[in-house]
Structure formats: C-alpha cells, structure tokens
Design a protein around this ligand. Structure first.
Ligand code: FAD
Length: 436
C-alpha cells in the first residue's frame, strides 16, 4: 500500500501514527513545502520572544520519521493532483503515485490588498520561516516601532512576542475590540487593559489603507482615518483561510475548505482530508465548518490515518476552542461565547483586581460555551460537558428537592466530577450509559 500525505504538521504527523498502528509495512511518503521537521506552530511566538529555543518547538523526536519508516520529502510543493492516475505532481516535475492520499495542507494567510503590502518589513506570522524572517529583520534593521494589523489570536500572539522584545507596538483592529470572534466584550476588555499595561497602543474600528515605504522598506502606515503611524515593521494578521489551492480545478468538493465526511474522506475515493484545510462536523452549529485549531487538526489527522489503513473510525466532531496565555493571563474559551437570543442563559463572575472572569453559556440546560480567564483549572470539565452535550437539569436541585442558584452550582471552587449527573459519572467511568 502506498500512502502519500501532503503536509508535515499536526494532521499529517497524527495520520502517520494511526496508519502505523495497523500497517507496519506500507510505504508512507510525506511531502512538505517547508524545510523543517515537524514543529508546533502555536509556539512560534515564544520562539520569536526568545522564551524557548529551536529544540523546544519540535513535538516529535527527530527520529520519528525513521522509526515510522516515513519517506520525508522536504522543500517540495505539491502543485497538481492527477485523480485518475492517482499521482501527485511536485514542483520539480516529479510524480508521486499513491493508493491513499491525505491532503493536510493547512491554512493560508489573508492579506489586505493595499499599496506597499509587498514592501520589505511587512510579514505574516503563520509559520517558522515567518518567525525567523521577522527575527532577522528586527536585528538587521534595529526595529523600534512596530504595527500589528489584526487583533485576533495570531495578532495577539505576535504582539506578546514583540512586547517581550521591547518593541514599541500599536495594534490596529477593524472591529470595536480585540478577539471579537472568540471572546465577549468583558473578556476583550480585560486583555485590552493588559495590553495597555504592557505599553501596547490599541486602535480599534480602523484599518491600514497604505504601507508607506522608503527604498521599498516600510517606514509608516496610513490608516483609514488618514492618521499616519511610524512603523519599522508591520505584521499582517487579519486571518487565515483553508489552503485549498491544490484541489482547485479538480472534482474534489470544496466550500470554504475541502469538505470531509465523518471518516475524513473527500468525495473522491481514496482521498482524505484533515486539519485547517478542511470543513468537518461542528458539534455546536451542527454544520460543517473549518475550525483552525491544533487539537482538531490532530484528531482529524488521526481519524483520517485509521481510515486510510482500512480501520473504520468516525470523527466525533469538534468545536472552536482556544487555550492560550495572553499578556500573562491564562485563558480558555470554547463554543458559543457570545450568543444572542433568549434561549441562552449566562452565568458569570468577575474579579477585576485579579483579572478573573468566568462565563458559562447554557442552552436548554446544556453548556454550549465557556470563557475562563485568570482561573482556568477546572475548565476541562466544562469543555467535556460541551462535547458530550450533557443535560444538567437534574443538577439544579439538592437531594431534598429544593433548587439552588446555578451560579452557586457551576462556579463553586470545588466543581468537579462529583457535581455532575450520576448517569454522566457512570458513563465516564464505564462508558456504558449513553448520554442523551
Ligand atoms: C502563530 C500561530 C499560533 C497558533 N496558536 C494556536 C493555539 O494556541 N492553539 C491552537 O489550537 N491552535 C493554534 N494555532 C493553529 C494551529 O497551529 C493549526 O490549527 C494547526 O497547525 C493546523 O495543522 P495542519 O496540519 O492542518 O496544517 P498546518 O500546521 O498549517 O501545516 C500544513 C503544512 O502543509 C504544507 N503545505 C501546504 N501546501 C502544500 C503543498 N501544496 N505541498 C506541500 N506542502 C504543503 C505547509 O507548508 C505546512 O507545513 C496557531 C497558529 C499560528 C499560525
């Protein structure tokens, strides 16, 4: 059996491990346009900030490929698929035949179409090469003032790195607050205050309309309101979209991403997809969605690998979730964090002095979203409850039958397994009782 995997990251590596559980001898080839062994993308900001070294971003041993008998083809881009002849064409004209193919090509940064965006000193922040190029540019050009465009997760991670390098920073965000797609207003405000404490200026409801240059090197940016910000460096972090260019003009079905069924198969036999390039089942909206997060990329790659090796396993579905420390504040957000409508019930508490904020979103007695900031120890339990869609109605009454406050119940410090419905506890221990 010839397995070919395009993409040497979270999904591709996970697929190798599951293929090898069942097929010890089949030929596995990984094709990667990057020059590196595997590494953790979420850690590139720590590398840029010099908080960790190169060896700490590897998440599999260097001998992973040898141990798993993987033929690793680095610095080679897959440029075309021949679905009929089952071949991948590489940028050096080489053809790689496959019996089973996994497309795990990840995401692609979106850039604003403004004058000067291709100037020297303008970067994305999506992979190790970006981090290395930014590091070199900062050193060679003695960067003192930087602008980050985009106050989402990647923009904020880049901001943290530049703050750690003592670079004066301005963050420009089109929405009225940072992290508007994952946080609610209060949570955004906590992070904005922390950014200001770290001397990062924040400009909201604005964007860049031009990158000003001298000798093709950035020296300022002009904003929509005509103001000019001096900038020796610009990081463009306005978003990432599924990287599906390889399947354009093929019969592989796409929407925003490549569409996966519950076995992580595309609509074409023997071709699978996983990770940021795909759209798979979202447990909350009950639709197919591209959710670009590491744990789902790993899970989808794992499921794809099993099915490629002939072991039928279903992808259980996932939902948006982020666990990240921002400006020294640990945060976890998952599911629907900012819902609109009377069908939702919100339980929250806020301790401003300690930047502690906890919010639980309930819908029909089930948790559908959480935000935890500053105090995140038990967040995993709540996230488990979202995943399993556990009906918590029975928990809102004491043994004597009297009801008590949901806030008291959910946000008590010792909230744990013992607080959960008996059937769910049984299910966790034995897996025997189905949860409806
Ligand atoms: C700065 C940053 C911080 C992040 N932080 C977090 C976080 O805190 N938590 C979290 O859950 N997620 C985070 N993410 C998202 C997470 O890194 C991704 O969800 C994950 O890396 C997706 O894995 P993947 O295998 O789908 O694809 P990717 O990691 O994107 O890898 C795809 C690979 O395919 C290669 N490739 C693409 N096209 C081709 C081709 N045609 N031929 C050959 N090779 C090709 C690419 O070069 C790349 O190596 C972060 C991402 C970034 C950029």
């Amino acid at each position: 059996m010839k397995y070919v995997i395009i993409g040497n990251s979270a999904s591709g590596i996970a697929a190798v491990s599951s293929i090898r559980e069942y097929d010890k001898t089949g030929k596995i080839t990984i094709i990667s346009s990057e020059p590196y062994l595997n590494y953790s993308r979420p850690l590139i900001s720590y590398l840029l900030a010099k908080k960790i070294g190169r060896n700490q971003i590897l998440y599999r041993d260097k001998d992973f490929y040898k141990k798993n008998k993987v033929d690793l083809v680095l610095k080679r881009k897959a440029v075309k698929l021949n679905l009929k002849r089952k071949r991948v064409l590489l940028d050096n004209k080489q053809e790689v035949p496959f019996d089973k193919l996994l497309i795990a090509t990840g995401g692609k940064p979106i850039n604003p179409e403004v004058k000067g965006i291709d100037a020297k000193g303008v970067f994305n922040f999506v992979d190790l090469s970006c981090a290395k190029r930014i590091e070199k540019f900062i050193k060679n050009n003695k960067v003192k003032n930087a602008v980050i465009l985009g106050g989402g997760l990647i923009g904020l991670k880049a901001a943290e790195a530049l703050i750690a390098l003592n670079i004066k920073l301005t963050l420009v965000e089109l929405a009225d607050r940072v992290l508007s797609s994952t946080f609610d207003k209060k949570a955004s405000l906590i992070i904005e205050e922390a950014l200001k404490k770290h001397k990062c200026d924040l400009i909201t409801k604005n964007t860049i309309v031009e990158v000003k240059t001298k000798n093709n090197i950035i020296n300022a940016v002009e904003l929509k309101d005509k103001s000019i910000l001096h900038a020796d460096l610009l990081i463009s972090a306005i978003g990432v979209r599924p990287n599906i260019e390889l399947v354009n003009n093929t019969s592989i079905k796409t929407n925003r991403g490549i569409i996966a069924d519950k076995f992580m198969r595309t609509n074409i036999k023997d071709i699978y997809v996983a990770g940021d390039c795909c759209e798979a089942s979202d447990l909350i909206s009950k639709t197919k969605k591209a959710i670009a997060i590491w744990p789902l990329a790993v899970l989808q790659g794992k499921i794809a690998g099993y099915n490629m090796a002939g072991i039928r396993k279903e992808y259980p579905g996932g939902f948006a979730m982020n666990s990240v420390e921002l400006c020294g504040i640990p945060t976890i957000s998952a599911g629907e964090t900012n819902p609109v409508g009377t069908q939702y019930e919100i339980i929250s508490d806020y301790v401003p002095k300690e930047s502690i904020y906890r919010k639980i979103v309930l819908k029909e007695n089930r948790i559908v979203g959480v935000i935890f900031m500053g105090k995140i120890e038990r967040a995993g339990i709540y996230i488990g409850l979202i995943k399993e869609a556990v009906n918590l109605a029975s928990c809102f009454f004491s043994e004597s039958g009297s009801s008590f406050s949901k806030k008291e119940y959910f946000l008590k410090d010792n909230f744990g397994l013992i607080s959960l419905p008996q059937e769910y506890r049984k299910y966790l221990v034995s897996g025997e009782v189905a949860i409806i």
